[in-house]
Ligand binder design. Structure first.
Ligand SMILES: C[S@@+](CC[C@H](N)C(=O)[O-])C[C@H]1O[C@@H](n2cnc3c(N)ncnc32)[C@H](O)[C@@H]1O
Length: 280
């Protein structure tokens, strides 16, 4: 269990780390109708052409890391994740997977600020489903990108995704229903979110709440908490990545490689650590 004051827990916030990890996969699958939110083919494709070891930062329960390992035949995949609860769910996913696949994948404790990866060891370092948005200031973001570059081989690839800020949604919102799904043993689970915008800091404070009812509609759990994430504008991200020493920066509006449009969707960035790829 995460304890208050624990360094890794501090990186994510106690409320988020402990509460989210227990419900992450069930919420995710209820919201997106399965483990894929349209991002897996993108990460599979860059992994298949990586040609060396792969690391995901903020790997959560291993949703993407296992798909990536499947696409990158023979390559080792490390999922770096600060939350003990998330890593436990990742390990449960590994235990349920084909052992030929899970033998190449592991979950390790770490953060964007400090990833347990040797210098210049990875062909691909990526972050999926907005984990990067847990970095709450430009200084933290820059340090995270520099850490990703440190772990990459010369010529290696970095890929990160964020949400593309939609001006129409950057306002406070009262709690709204995000998902309702069946509870094991009967009844329902409802997930509600609210948001508060801290415009000067480019932060969204997300309030979350689960109301769990048994088959007779009695409330058997009512849990809530909050976390903050930072929104970043497209060319702000391009500048940050350049400051962190990356080159060949490409920015997309979605996982299919389409350009940014007037209707914001995803912000998907791919760049290279400068330097030649070592000969195979
Ligand atoms: C929305 S989840 C995404 C998980 C996974 N990448 C996926 O696509 O399903 C965000 C993850 O980022 C992790 N996280 C939060 N702060 C972090 C930090 N400072 N460094 C690394 N990971 C962090 C959280 O614990 C959580 O597992």
């Amino acid at each position: 269990m995460e304890k208050p004051g624990q360094a890794l827990g501090d990186a994510i916030g106690e409320g988020y780390a402990a509460a989210m990890s227990a419900r992450y996969d069930a919420d995710f699958e209820a919201i997106f109708g399965g483990p894929d939110r349209g991002d897996l083919d993108f990460f599979r494709a860059i992994a298949a052409s990586a040609g060396g070891p792969i690391a995901e930062i903020g790997a959560g329960t291993g949703r993407v890391a296992l798909a990536v390992a499947d696409a990158a035949a023979g390559e080792a995949v490390v999922g770096v994740e600060p939350s003990e609860g998330m890593r436990a769910a990742f390990e449960a996913r590994l235990a349920a997977a084909d052992p030929r696949l899970s033998a190449r994948v592991c979950a390790r404790a770490g953060t964007f600020a400090s990833a347990p990866l040797p210098d210049a060891s990875q062909a691909l370092v990526y972050s999926a489903f907005r984990s990067f948005q847990h970095l709450l200031s430009p200084d933290e973001q820059l340090a995270g990108l520099v850490e990703m570059r440190r772990a990459l081989r010369p010529g290696g690839t970095v890929a990160i995704d964020l949400f593309d800020p939609d001006y129409r949604l950057l306002h406070d919102a009262e709690p709204f229903l995000v998902a309702r799904y069946p509870r094991a043993g009967g009844g329902t689970i409802e997930r509600y979110d609210s948001r508060r915008i801290l415009r000067a800091e480019q932060l969204v404070e997300v309030g979350f709440r689960w109301i769990e009812r048994d088959a007779r509609r009695r409330v058997v759990a009512d849990e809530r908490g909050s976390y903050r994430i930072r929104y970043t504008f497209p060319y702000e991200l391009v500048h940050l990545v350049a400051r962190a020493g990356f080159a060949d920066v490409a920015l997309f509006g979605d996982y299919d490689g389409s350009p940014l449009g007037d209707d914001p969707r995803e912000l998907v960035l791919v760049a290279k650590r400068p330097g030649a790829k070592p000969a195979a």
